[in-house]
Design a protein around this ligand. Structure first.
Ligand code: DC
Length: 210
């Protein structure tokens, strides 16, 4: 069983690097951020206040979330586009700070790996909480400017200043929450992706694999 943990803040290059690495190694890829987004989407769709911890805790235990490589299904509805939209993005940090949501999603993440015998997982707490014994733990970073520029290029209608402000707000919420905050594992390999190409990063990671 080979497990690779890729953590880091939004815009650090996690998704691109994790997907490419999974392909190179013939492993499955799981975007755990998409799971938190899917639960947020389900709450909004059912009219549940994302800040209502008890209601969201009830929801997370029953909601059907299938995160595929390119598609995210929530209770049988294709939510791939909406989970990236502004409403979900605004509300996701509060849902991700809910300890019961984390317990349930971490359980599902471990189950996903168990069923496949390994994989590449990207998130915020993979190397610190979900798989502290991962074969390789990577923490990606990039300068705030580069991260905001990457995010604003992902969609045509995203304004750089709005994106930069939103990233700073989400960083503070993700790093400041009590339960499993965004943090570097002591033994993680820290890679600043600001000035590196995806190929350079992936080649470097493949070389470091035990
Ligand atoms: O990577 P992303 O922007 O899609 O993540 C969405 C949110 O979910 C983000 O605010 C952080 C949170 N998250 C988390 O708390 N733990 C994870 N393993 C992955 C994401």
């Amino acid at each position: 069983m080979r497990v690779i943990a890729i953590d880091g803040p939004a815009g650090s290059g996690k998704s691109t690097v994790a997907r490419r690495l999974a392909d190179r190694l013939g492993l499955g890829y799981l975007d755990t951020g998409a799971m938190y987004r899917a639960v947020t989407f389900a709450a909004l769709r059912r009219g549940i206040d994302p800040a209502d911890a008890d209601d969201v805790a009830k929801l997370v235990r029953s909601v059907d979330v299938e995160v595929g490589r390119d598609e995210v299904m929530v209770d049988g509805v294709d939510a791939s586009i909406e989970i990236r939209g502004p409403e979900v993005t605004r509300a996701v940090s509060i849902v991700a700070a809910n300890p019961e949501v984390r317990t349930e999603l971490v359980r599902r993440q471990r189950e996903w790996v168990g069923a496949r015998g390994g994989g590449v997982l990207e998130g915020r707490d993979i190397g610190t909480v979900v798989f502290p014994d991962a074969d390789l733990k990577v923490y990606l970073t990039a300068s705030p400017d580069v991260r905001a520029a990457r995010r604003s290029q992902e969609a045509i209608d995203l304004d750089y200043d709005v994106v930069a402000a939103d990233l700073a707000r989400r960083d503070a919420l993700d790093a400041g929450r009590r339960d499993s905050p965004l943090a570097q594992a002591d033994d993680a390999l820290v890679v600043d992706t600001s000035a590196m190409s995806v190929d350079e990063i992936v080649d470097d990671l493949v070389e470091r694999l035990p």
